[in-house]
Every structure is written in structure tokens, then in C-alpha cells.
Write a protein that binds this ligand. Sequence first.
Ligand code: TRP
Ligand code: SF4
Length: 328
Amino acid sequence: MSKKIILSGARPTGDIHLGNYFGALENWVRLQDSYDCHFFIADWHALTTGYADTAGLPEYTISLMADFMACGLDPERSVLFLQSQVMEHAELFLLFSMLTPLPWLERCPTYKDQLSQLKDKDITTYGFLGYPCLQAADILAYKADFVPVGEDQLPHLELTREIARRFNFLYGPVFPEPQPLLTKSRVLPGTDGRKMSKSYNNTISFADPPDVVRKKVMSMVTDPARIRKNDPGHPEVCSVYAFHKIFSPDEVDDIGDQCRAGTIGCVACKKKLQEKLLAFHEPIHAKRARLLQDKSGLQALIAAGSAKARTQAAATLAETRRAMNLGT
Ligand code: TRP
Ligand code: SF4
């Protein structure tokens, strides 16, 4: 029996941090065991909001590939590729744009949110409105069965299914209706207790060297009610404790008890976390750095993965053109 097809992507807009890892990548790595996986760097999607400044794209693209691989995505087992090296996505995007009603795009919640939030950029563009249509092309070019994404992406998946349905209705059955794969992910707050996000400046990324990770741990926000070392604490409001849940599973219950009893101080608690966190972080950081020493090697892997993706997407496009009576 052939494996079910998975596809997901990430925009090359910065270094992968622990929030990204536990929110998505950890799952992607695991999915490689049982699915036919495709993971890609969505550089065209980065243009939808970042078209005016593309200077960082080459570096972000290469470092995202390094992040992918350092975290455990394996180019031998998964197709790892770059969107802009697979022109078929653009062709399918164009064809879908012909049959996607404008109101479907205009009522997309991510569209409305971003328009009101990204005030410093002019995103009243055709490309930004078409974002979900491009995403549908990414997914349907491989006839993906499942798309592992966060909840924020569910409206885009809904639109992907609507576009597939409309296409199949108009031209005959070509596309499946891909389902989201909402595997439970582990939530890790940022160093300040809010959601970990680049825009909050509260991330720990795999690009951070060990001494920076140590400093960031020491600066983490703890229970504000603890002023003296012996004050009883409330671990559930503390981001250090949230980290211990992931990095010190054997000790986390003890740590919670000691915190509540006021028998462990925050400095000692953070020192413990430094060691646990670095035992996880350091090998990934080191692998990432090693990979980035050979940029042309990474580029060659991206090119090889993209060639593989192209072969698959080309087969879908041939079928799509045939269904639409194009090119003959
Ligand atoms: N929109 C996704 C994000 O911002 C990235 C993305 C682009 C994607 N195309 C995709 C994700 C296709 C899954 C499938 O995270
Ligand atoms: Fe947080 Fe640990 Fe301090 Fe308790 S002792 S508040 S868990 S850092």
C-alpha cells in the first residue's frame, strides 16, 4: 500500500526557534516515519508581505534548510525543496486564480487580520490577497492527503478544499480534498511568558550559541510573587517551569513541589534548566553550524529536492492542463 502524502511549508523569514520546533517541526520529523513527506521553503509566500525587501532571502533560505535538517528532517526520506525552484506551483496558482471567487479570498480571516495589523507595510496587493490560492497550489500540486499546520492555518486549508471541489466540479475529478493534521504539539512560552515570537523578542533559536542560551535562561520571567528565595512560588505561572515540563520530565514534579514549598530558589532552578536545555539544544545548534559551513552543499540538496518535487508536480500539472483542455 502506498503511503499517504503529507505536505507542509515554512516561510524563510528568520531562524527557527524553540516555539517553531515544538509547535511544528517536532511533529514533521516524526511524520517522516509513516508518510510520504514533502516539506518546503515558501519563498514566494515570504514575498506576499516582504516583496519590498528581498535582500535577506538567500541567507534565510539556506539557514532554514540548515534548521530543517539540524532538527531532523532528512532529505533521504522526505522531499525538501524550495518553492521558487518548482515553477509548477506558479502555473497551478494561475489556473486556480481563474476559478477562485474574490469573496472567498476577501473574507479569509488571516487576510483581514494582517491588513489591519501590518501597518508598516503596504500589503494591499494582488499577491497578498491571493496568498491562500498560492497555498492551495502548493498543497494540490502533490495531491497531499494531509497538511500538518497550526490552527491559524485552518482557514487556508478550508479554502484549499473549496478550490479543489470547484475545480473537480468544473473539469472533472483531479484533486483530493486535503485534511489538516492537527497533531497535538507542545506549547512553550517565550522567555517573557508570552507566546514565543520573533516580534516579541523573546525567542531562543537554534542559531543562538550556548552562552547566549544560558543568558536568555537567566533572564527568563519567573513567578513575580517570589521576591525572597524562601517565598512560596506558583510554578504554573512561571515560564521556567513550563520549560522544565519539556526538558526535565523526570524532575518537573519535584521542582514544582520545591518551588511551592520555597525550598528551591529561582537561580538554582534556572541553572538546572540551563543544563537540561543545552543538552537538547547544543547538538542541534552544532549540526546547524556544521551544515552552514558548506553552503554549496546545502544549495545542492535544495536543488536535488526541488528536482524531485518538480517531477511530481509536473505530473499533476499535465493532468490539470488536460482536464482544462489546455496546451493541445
Ligand atoms: N502559510 C504557511 C505559514 O505561514 C506557510 C505555507 C505556505 C504552507 N504554503 C503552505 C503551509 C502549504 C502548509 C502547506 O505558516
Ligand atoms: Fe519558576 Fe523555578 Fe522560580 Fe519556581 S523556583 S518560580 S519554577 S524559576
